[in-house]
Unconditional design. Sequence first.
Length: 231
Amino acid sequence: MLRQQSRSTANNVPAVTLLKDAYVAAQLSGDRREAMRLVMDDGLARGVPVPALYLEVVASAQRDIGVMWQENRISIADEHLATAISQLVIAQLYTRLPRRRAAGKRVLIACVPDELHELGARITADFFEMDGFEVRYLGASVPAESLADMAAAYRPHVVGLSVSMSFHVDQARACVAALREALGDAFLLAVGGRAFEWSPGLVSQFGAEIYGPDVRACVSSARQLLLQQAS
């Protein structure tokens, strides 16, 4: 039924929402093949753009999974299974990324020490790449000193830090301090993750220049700020 409705709606529910709901069901049943088929065949092959699949299917599904876990409707193992499936799907979608002409700007993205929730940071890295940035993505739980060493060698124009759990805020502060010591003010700091959604005041405390309600806003803000610096 979903295949027949992928370009229309059922009971006024957008087709992409139906796709997301079917994807969540595949995650909860642990069916990696079905999850992949839904995204690649019922989504991409039927004209759903890659950015929409990232945000309106995979990321939206992960939010649903997170709510289920918070409400004790699923176990930690279920949440890990669902996330592993989304990692697999994102890896496949990465090969289909549309890319703008190279912007000549570099971005470095990492999760702070002990932060293991890295899917949001990975999606952010891919959106920067779609926008023409040269991207280095370091993944989960990057030690502050290692992050600073990489930044000193790579000289990024933007450094993005992801913090999902509020008890990792101190580790994030240590990362910012290490980055400032290595680079001074020669970069724009972008922050994201659930910790900043729960405590928006942290953005100004960190001195972050880039933060937005979604990944598209963050990438757009970074591009605009860099253009202003160049003018």
